[in-house]
Design a protein. Sequence first.
Length: 197
Amino acid sequence: MQQPLIQIVDAALASATLRSGHHLVCKPGCSQCCIGVFPIAHEDAARLREGLEALTQTDPAKAARVNARVQESLTRLDPWFPGDLHTGILNEDYEAAILFEEFANDEPCPVLDLDHGTCDLYEHRPILCRTFGPPMRTAEDNLATCELCYIHASTEEIAACELDPNIPAQEEASNEAYNTAHGLHGQTLIAYALRGA
């Protein structure tokens, strides 16, 4: 597990959450951000597999439900997957990026318990999942937030709640080090990360 980065991200999230107050409405049962696939790093994938392995030991029935959802998701994703089906790695060319924009936007995350709207691997979730919600700086230098949060907040209030702007660079450095150490490249999806786990 990428413990140092997780500690940094979780501390930054706690700070942003405190500053956000009632503007941040994320809570169990709110799972709109868990619908639609998104690329994850191999380091995130390893953490998810570690979480599923731990869940298999502590709650085999819940782990079996996660595995069943993974298989169901793969059945839907495989025919249109814009990448290498064998490795689960997304293609990185321009055409693949265009295809990905319209790919599986309505696909629920396979670790989402749809009945309760909660993540079955919450403690092991990817960095993107951890940072979604509070204002975060985009590549275009805008502040992006969940569309359900900060609805009545002023621009100044939103800016005051910004998640640490150093996190993307720290995450990128951590992912590069992980990929180099393990001879990996590219990104994958949660369903492919947990396939056969």
